[in-house]
Design a protein. Structure first.
Length: 247
């Protein structure tokens, strides 16, 4: 009798364990399918973003459009805002900083006429999205972020996405990156009151810099700076509003 009771108990225990196995397996399948659906949803949202926010506003560069269609923007915003990652506007990323509107990212990138192998300095890494767009095109990106927490977060996600052609430094953007100068192009994603001389010095002859310039909490001017034979020319492109460039 004792033997039968033990055997029955073991069988019941085996059934219970088997039920747990199937529950775990089904849950894993459900999570996997849900993740796949979410990935497909984000891909669809990226395609819609490119078609409605970029193409319709005259963004024409194929390499820029392809990069914007490929890079998962939702991974560069806080988790609770991922469903809003592809809306037509900026989003907060913490520490009073923002990720720029997709159109502005595309517009600024297109103005630099990026190509694979191009050496670009970025001032204001933020979450790392602009650097990722340039890296997806094949540029070698050197990006500087003043806030250590943002620099660390950007480094993490860029590494996870295997963007080995991006180097992140925590430091003062006003000083640029003299050890790696000169640069083919410079992109600045925060607004100083005036264009820093160090950045002009680190721009190679024939290079261009795109930078918002103007007072804090007011309309600023997005400028395209060209350097040729030590002659500097400025072109006003758009009225914009960026977070201030802090020294």
């Amino acid at each position: 009798m004792i033997g039968k009771k033990v055997m029955k108990s073991a069988v019941n225990k085996g059934c219970f364990t088997g039920n747990i196995f199937w529950v775990v397996l089904l849950a894993s399948v459900f999570i996997s399918e849900k993740s796949t659906l979410m990935a497909q949803d984000f891909e669809s949202l990226r395609n819609t973003m490119v078609e409605t926010q970029l193409r319709k506003r005259n963004i024409k560069s194929k390499v820029v459009l392809d990069a914007m269609r490929t890079v998962p923007r939702h991974l560069f915003v806080p988790h609770n805002l991922q469903n809003y990652a592809y809306i037509d506007g900026p989003l907060p990323i913490g520490l009073d900083q923002t990720i720029s509107q997709p159109y502005i990212v595309a517009f600024m990138t297109e103005q630099l006429k990026p190509f694979p192998g191009m050496k670009i300095l970025e001032i204001g890494t933020g979450s790392g999205y602009q650097a990722a767009i340039l890296a997806a095109i094949g540029c070698h990106v050197y990006t500087i972020e003043l806030l250590e927490e943002l620099a660390a977060g950007a480094t993490k996600i860029l590494n996870e996405l295997n963007f080995s052609n991006v180097q992140v430094r925590c430091g003062n953007g006003y000083e640029g990156w003299p050890d790696e100068a000169p640069f083919d192009a410079i992109i600045v994603t925060a607004a100083p009151d005036k264009i820093p001389d160090a950045l002009i010095d680190q721009l190679k002859d024939g290079g261009q810099m795109i930078i918002p310039v103007g007072p804090v909490h007011d309309i600023q001017s997005l400028k395209l700076i060209s350097k040729k034979e030590n002659k500097i020319t400025e072109k006003d492109l758009l009225p914009v509003r960026f977070v201030p460039m802090v020294e």
